[in-house]
Design a binder for this molecule. Structure first.
Ligand code: MRU
Length: 352
């Protein structure tokens, strides 16, 4: 059963990509219209849109926008396709870790190269495909939600890290999609949301979207999870993913690895919820996942104010990799993958 979320994070409207500006939530709700590939590059890089599946759709829309721009000046199809590939590569370079971005852009480029028609025909097909991927994202999340809800213990308190919700996808969410579907079946479940420093996606975004749906949510700071697990107050962890290697090692927001270690120690099941488009079967293990290093200001400042000494050293990786040994299951649109992940992932791709 699906619990509807009214949030539509990104959508194609009047030949533009309309997105919720996530840099100003929860203080202000505003949408912005992105009309060029260059604007899309910065919307992704500056995290107006963020979350692996959402930036995938943003990348797909970015290719459609590039095609619209190029179709106004180019008449030679080969030159059009060459320039489109350059724009696609540029869009891919906006953020390195979430593989959904590369996946969606590659899908668009494959289509562009396959179509035997005019520049206008290619541009129209890219726009239509971007909208199709957008709609499929919500359907996939609902399927994951249904599978995931089956493993949520009755009356559980579920811990989540970062925001893997409607705001990180087109709508409904991956980890928060599981929580939405579980809540529809059992309104006694509760959520603990990690604050998620440095950018506070848990505090700013997860609490914003869950409380709007009336799902009981408690905000905790990142260092508190072991304490609550030791008190028996958390029965399950579910988080999203930015890239999953062929052996199940999973990159997600920095701090996820710490939560997974705490969960293992306290025998709390630790689940990843992610679509198959987040699995990168071209890499064997998490060691090969590129980890984004972000601006030092994200650590030194909160809401524009300094929070530390001015001459301290800073290091700011945006993601960490949870080794597959710490993961109980990976909830996908094809069902829940279990260890041995190398085998269950390979099988899911064979069926796909
Ligand atoms: O840096 P962000 O906010 O884009 O990081 C997002 C996450 O780490 C999410 O957990 C992940 O993308 C999964 S979203 C369904």
């Amino acid at each position: 059963m699906a619990f509807e979320s009214k949030i539509k994070t990104i959508e194609w409207v009047d030949n533009k990509s309309r997105m919720i500006d996530q840099t100003i939530l929860p203080y202000e709700f505003k949408t912005v219209d992105i009309s060029t590939a260059e604007e899309m590059y910065y919307a992704i890089k500056d995290m107006i849109v963020r979350g692996a599946p959402a930036i995938g759709i943003a990348g797909a829309h970015g290719v459609s926008l590039a095609a619209i721009e190029l179709s106004k000046t180019e008449t030679d199809k080969n030159i059009f396709l060459k320039k489109l590939q350059e724009k696609a590569d540029y869009l891919k370079s906006s953020r390195p870790t979430a593989v959904n971005l590369m996946w969606a852009i590659d899908k668009q480029m494959k289509l562009a190269l396959e179509i035997d028609g005019s520049i206008e025909t290619v541009t129209k097909a890219l726009i239509e495909n971007g909208i199709k991927l957008e709609n499929e994202d919500i359907e996939i999340n609902k399927k994951m939600g249904d599978y995931g809800a089956e493993v949520v213990p009755k009356g559980a308190t579920i811990l989540t890290h970062c925001n893997a919700g409607a705001l990180a996808t087109v709508g409904y969410g991956t980890a928060l999609g599981v929580i939405r579907s579980a809540y529809a079946k059992d309104p006694t479940i509760k959520v603990f949301a990690d604050e998620t420093r440095p950018r506070q996606q848990g505090a700013r975004l997860t609490t914003w979207e869950l409380t709007q749906d009336g799902i009981p949510t408690t905000l905790i700071t990142d260092g508190m999870c072991s304490y609550f697990m030791s008190k028996g107050m958390i029965q399950m962890v579910v988080v999203g993913a930015d890239r999953i290697a062929a052996n199940g090692d999973t990159a997600n927001k920095i701090g996820t690895y710490t939560v997974a270690i705490a969960a293992k120690y306290h025998n709390v099941p630790f689940y990843i919820a992610a679509p198959l488009s987040t699995i990168d079967i071209s890499i064997k293990s998490g060691k090969e996942i590129p980890i984004e290093e972000r601006s030092h200001e994200e650590v030194t400042h909160i809401n524009g104010d300094w929070v530390c000494a001015k001459d301290v050293n800073i290091i700011n990786p945006g993601f960490d990799v949870t080794p597959h040994e710490l993961i109980t299951g990976i909830i996908t649109e094809k069902g829940i993958l279990r260890p041995n992940f190398e085998e269950s992932i390979a099988k899911a791709f064979m069926e796909d």
